[in-house]
Write a protein that binds this ligand. Structure first.
Ligand SMILES: C[S@@+](CC[C@H](N)C(=O)[O-])C[C@H]1O[C@@H](n2cnc3c(N)ncnc32)[C@H](O)[C@@H]1O
Length: 218
């Protein structure tokens, strides 16, 4: 089975021997791939909506994995079984991901969190840090004109964390592409924004200053 480049990268962050929940599994293609490509993995494919779950069930059946991948209707990580040690949340906005991870009590048994937000990256780093998860790896990837952050965190504390850029490198082409695009978008918004949106203007100018200095840093 062929996965998209993005889901392939997300999958690469999932270790063997995981007890995994895929939150917002949608089509469950990631889960089918992981079952076939990881050793000793148990997978719970979950979604808040019945429609994607019925597609997930169909795909899982097509691959003969009905007895291997469990499918559940669930909101986020509420009431997940205690054996789950790895959470994947991919293809959602940063605010929604942050909401899903907001209750620390749901993270007691978790050893790996793998996230793939499609916007609002700083808020994702913030909630991980707040709930005592340290980011050990991250990358940007652009697919169909949308840039995603792929991020892995494990229990622990980052002493000094830059919520805006994380550990991204200004030498990485994907990173340069994304922040240059963001700089241009902000500049265009600033040109059109009426005077009364003063706070928004200040925020965008500050963001642009940070981006410029990040991109110029050697
Ligand atoms: C755009 S799809 C992403 C599918 C796949 N994970 C990916 O990365 O391609 C987002 C899915 O998240 C589900 N979803 C949204 N909020 C959720 C929540 N609170 N709990 C579980 N699933 C949720 C939606 O129903 C939808 O199927």
């Amino acid at each position: 089975m062929k996965l998209s480049k993005r889901l392939e990268r997300v999958a690469s962050y999932v270790p063997d021997n995981s007890d995994l929940i895929d939150v917002g599994c949608d089509h469950a293609l990631l889960d089918i791939y992981l079952y076939n490509n990881r050793k000793n993995i148990r997978i719970l494919a979950s979604d808040i909506n019945e429609k994607p779950l019925s597609i997930a069930r169909e795909n899982i059946k097509k691959h003969g994995l009905e007895d291997k991948i469990k499918v559940i209707l669930n909101d986020g990580i509420n009431n997940i079984p205690s054996n789950i040690d790895t959470i994947v949340i991919s293809g959602m906005g940063g605010v929604l991901i942050s909401d899903i991870l907001s209750d620390k009590n749901n993270l007691k048994n978790i050893k790996n969190i793998i996230l793939c937000p499609n916007n609002d990256f700083p808020i994702v780093r913030k909630i991980l840090n707040k709930n005592n998860f340290q980011i050990i790896k991250e990358e940007l990837l652009t697919e169909k004109n949308i840039t995603y952050l792929i991020i892995k965190a494990i229990p622990g504390k980052n002493n000094k964390i830059n919520y805006f850029f994380g550990s991204l490198s200004n030498k990485d082409l994907e990173v340069i592409y994304y922040y240059t695009k963001l700089l241009n978008t902000n500049t265009n918004i600033l040109k059109k924004l009426p005077k009364k949106y003063l706070l928004k203007k200040i925020k965008l100018k500050f963001e642009n200053k940070r981006i410029k200095s990040f991109l110029e840093k050697h």
